[in-house]
Design a protein around this ligand. Structure first.
Ligand code: AMP
Ligand code: GLY
Length: 401
């Protein structure tokens, strides 16, 4: 089976690496890819996704990011007769519009934060008043993980709302967060290992939100019944509600949860693998990934009972370029990145062939170990051996909680 991955981040590098480990996969291509992916896979410019898939002779296309999914790339690929892992544009709205996601959750009876959709300063002010501080204000549309402001500063909450066309103001949810990825063909659904990601730029969860600065999996502190319970109370009703609207969701349903004292509450749905959790989760997957995603793409997931995982844990530490998340710096020379577990995101080769920064999040460094503490040591050992001017990384990813 020849598999084409669409995207260019560390998540796509992790997907490519896991696909290459599947004995049933004969070739992995990636468009547009990055300098790290190019070392083991054929990378191609991402012109027209269907044309690229045909040129590569893809038997399966895996779409990484949300933007092409929301734009309907998976529909186009399937219309060309090629199996595609990724939801339709109609189903991807579960991430593309937070108002749509809230609507589905209401229809499915899924526990989530109470919320109000606001389009005027008056509506926003009333909703802030209703829920009280800390205030949670979310851009309704796609915002690369940076559209959410959680603050006790009412002026900052109002200012964020004013900078967006339409916002969701919602009740603040307290408690640890968990990301649960579910592979589904629209009916059958299999959970991957639960993971936790670190969204803020600074140690101790300080500073602005980013696309994600680190992650670990599995969660040793999680009660054993949490994942089965989320499958029953959140995932199955959501898939049923999507199917009832004739927009069945097939692909990767990302369930972001807050584990509150009143039980798990959905913070968000995404329509694709999460970054950087995927780098940790896929590092532990033993079930061949190509066959799994092909089964989900073709309605054949019912033949799987469960997934196989290696023992132990995986910790991912993201290294970002100077200025991130407000900006990013390109062209800084990277040394020491030629090690096991280093996945590329914003990297490129300069005219002399040197590896340089080319984006905000530059590398994801994945460490494996017999437990989270050991995996953390392994990840940071690799991070310490890598350098580039202005490199930023958190030092507290997966530290004991
Ligand atoms: P989202 O884009 O909806 O995932 O939000 C990004 C991050 O903002 C989440 O992962 C949480 O850390 C935080 N967040 C979002 N909604 C809430 C909420 N209702 N209560 C507390 N924190 C939230
Ligand atoms: N890890 C957060 C996200 O992928 O949206």
């Amino acid at each position: 089976m020849r598999v084409l991955v669409i995207g260019s981040g560390a998540r796509e590098h992790a997907l490519c690496a896991a696909l290459l480990r599947d004995p049933g996969v004969t070739a992995v291509g990636c468009a547009p890819g990055n300098a790290g992916i190019a070392a083991t896979c054929q990378v191609m410019p991402l012109t027209d996704p269907v044309a690229v898939a045909k040129d590569f002779g893809a038997d399966l296309v895996v779409v990484g990011p949300e933007v092409p999914l929301v734009a309907g790339v998976a529909d186009d690929v399937r219309a060309a007769g090629i199996a595609c892992f990724g939801p339709t544009a109609a189903a991807a709205r579960i991430e593309g519009s937070k108002a749509f996601a809230k609507d589905i959750m209401a229809a499915a009876g899924v526990p989530t934060a109470a919320a109000r959709v606001c389009t005027t300063p008056e509506e926003t002010a009333a909703a802030l008043e209703e829920f009280g501080a800390p205030y949670v204000v979310k851009d309704d549309g796609l915002a690369a993980g940076k559209g959410v402001v959680v603050t006790s500063d009412r002026e900052a909450a109002l200012a964020h709302a004013a900078s967006c066309e339409r916002v969701i103001v919602e009740e603040f949810l307290d408690g640890p967060e968990m990301s649960l990825f579910v592979v589904t063909d629209g009916e059958a659904a299999l959970p991957l290992l639960p993971a936790h990601d670190f969204k803020r730029i600074g140690d101790g969860d300080t500073g602005p939100n980013t696309g994600g600065m680190g992650a670990y999996a599995p969660l040793p502190w999680l009660p054993a019944d949490t994942v089965p319970s989320v499958m029953e109370t959140v995932v199955r009703p959501t898939l049923a509600a999507m199917a009832a609207r004739e927009t069945p969701f097939a692909g990767l349903l990302y369930v972001g949860l807050a584990l509150t004292s009143a039980g798990p509450r959905v913070v968000e749905f995404n329509c694709r693998f999460g970054d950087p959790e995927t780098q940790s989760v896929l590092a532990l997957l033993e079930t061949p990934l190509g066959a799994l995603l092909h089964a989900a793409a073709t309605g054949a997931l019912g033949s799987y009972e469960s997934l196989r995982w290696r023992d132990g844990a995986a910790v991912t530490v993201v290294m970002a370029s100077a200025g991130y998340p407000a900006s990013s710096r390109s062209g800084d020379v990277i040394t020491g990145a030629d090690a096991d577990g280093v996945l590329h995101a914003g990297t490129a080769r300069d005219d002399d062939g040197a590896l340089v920064t080319a984006g905000g999040r530059v590398l994801s460094v994945v460490g494996l170990g017999s437990d989270v503490a050991a995996a953390r040591v392994a990840a940071y050992q690799t991070v310490e051996a890598i350098s580039f001017p202005g490199a930023q990384f958190r030092t507290d990813i997966a530290a004991a909680r």
